[in-house]
Design a binder for this molecule. Structure first.
Ligand code: SAM
Length: 197
């Protein structure tokens, strides 16, 4: 471990946003899963909750598509497996986190209207089915990226990036990247884990 590498780790951890997360509900394509992790790393998201697809397990780090797209982000973003989306939503809410489901419904609002400086988890749906109605109803809000084309939806990793960079924009404006958001003992613990994996 060079001093420069350690300094980089400390610099990155100083900008991590422990109060911003994603919940992937059965996102099953390895390249989408890993592209979302890569965006999480760029924005400072520490934890990506993930419900495995019904057909199998979470996309694995062993697959070529996963590693080619991830750019090593899986080392810096914790994947937290969850059994199902509704109970994950309720668990996050019990911790004071607002869950915003990316879902078209009567109560959907433009994603830019939400306040991402609050503790927030963005719920993303499966490529084929989207977010389930039950999970969308359990969420605190439903958000949508307005679209004016012929195609009805974006690729899930593109939608994740669009919303997470809006969260980054709001948090930058609020000064949330100017001082560490991680408690100092957590910062020290994660720095050690990253330095000596
Ligand atoms: N047929 C699915 C449906 O009706 O929801 C399409 C799912 S879309 C390909 C996969 C995921 O990308 C969605 O569940 C959502 O998380 C995200 N997504 C795609 N387009 C979006 C948009 N315009 N606004 C918000 N999220 C979007």
């Amino acid at each position: 471990m060079t001093p420069e590498r350690f300094q980089k780790i400390m610099r990155v951890l100083g900008k991590r946003q422990p109060t911003l997360s994603v919940l992937m509900d059965e996102v099953n394509k390895p390249h989408n899963f890993s592209a979302i992790l890569r965006t999480c790393d760029a924005v400072g998201v520490m934890t990506a909750h993930a419900v495995p697809p019904k057909s199998g397990e979470l996309p694995t780090f062993g697959s070529r598509a996963f590693e080619a797209t991830s750019g090593s982000a899986h080392k810096w973003v914790k994947v937290q497996p969850q059994t199902d989306a509704v109970s994950a939503v309720r668990e996050l809410q019990a911790q004071g986190v607002q869950v915003l489901a990316t879902h078209l419904s009567q109560r959907s609002v433009d994603y830019r209207e939400s306040d991402y400086t609050r503790p927030t988890c963005v719920l993303l749906g499966a490529e084929k089915w989207g977010v389930s109605d039950a999970a969308a109803e359990a969420a605190d809000g439903n958000i949508i990226i307005p679209m004016f084309g012929m195609v009805q939806s974006l690729n899930v990793s593109v939608a994740a990036a669009t919303i997470l960079f809006e969260a980054q924009r709001q948090r930058l404006a609020a000064g949330m990247y100017d001082m560490p958001q991680l408690a100092s003992d957590d910062l020290a613990r994660v720095a050690f884990e990253w330095a000596y994996p």
